[in-house]
Design a protein around this ligand. Structure first.
Ligand code: AR6
Length: 175
């Protein structure tokens, strides 16, 4: 193991990352959509959609894995975040479950490096600060008990989101 922190924060487009697996914030159909889902399908090419068609969708809080096709990433892990409905419909547990199920699949497929977008914080309207806290807490709890994945990148699309993640990661290191 080297000394690089196991949790990293990156600002940019997740489709450009040459990691073992990128995570997609998909919908239950797994057949593509807007936001990061649309960007991943565009960059991976039509074969990704063909493989997704075979998967029979995915439940909220669960995850499924495909190949990465034309992406630099070897795999795409598709997970479905909860739609924000005010916080009283189990959204926090479902969002945490997205991170856990994705990391379990990554581990089962020998992925050393994994990148996550900010699941549910776009079209699904999950408040960014709460979603960030859940993402960072859940991932750090998962990896501290295991050696894999070796590194997890939170890939933020804008600087404001990246700053939220940096603060949450820094708080973790102090705590
Ligand atoms: N790289 C990294 N992050 C991105 C990228 C990108 N290329 N593009 C957007 N984001 P969203 P959701 C950020 O709406 O809220 C889709 O239509 C974006 O700024 O993509 O989980 C699906 O098919 C935001 O912070 O996902 C579903 O129907 C984050 O990714 C629905 O949207 C998530 O925003 C899922 O909604």
């Amino acid at each position: 193991m080297n000394d690089r922190p196991r949790i990293q924060v990156h600002t940019g487009d997740i489709t450009k990352l040459a990691v073992d697996a990128i995570v997609n914030a998909a919908n239950t159909s797994l057949l593509g959509g807007g936001g990061v889902d649309g960007a991943i399908h565009r960059a991976a090419g039509r074969e990704l959609e063909f493989e997704c068609r075979m998967l029979n969708g995915c439940k909220v809080g669960e995850a499924k894995i495909t190949k990465g096709y034309e992406l630099p990433a070897r795999y795409v892990i598709h997970t479905v975040g909860p739609v924000w409905q005010g916080g009283g419909k189990g959204e926090a547990e479902l969002l945490a479950s997205c991170y856990i199920r994705s990391l379990e699949l990554a581990t089962a497929n020998d992925c050393r490096t994994v990148a996550f977008p900010a699941i549910s914080t776009g079209v699904y309207r999950y408040p960014k600060d709460e979603a960030t806290q859940i993402a960072v807490d859940t991932v750090s709890t998962f990896i501290e008990k295991r050696t894999m994945p070796e590194a997890v990148t939170f890939c933020c699309f804008d600087d404001q989101t990246a700053e939220l993640y940096r603060q949450a990661v820094a708080a973790l290191r102090k705590g």
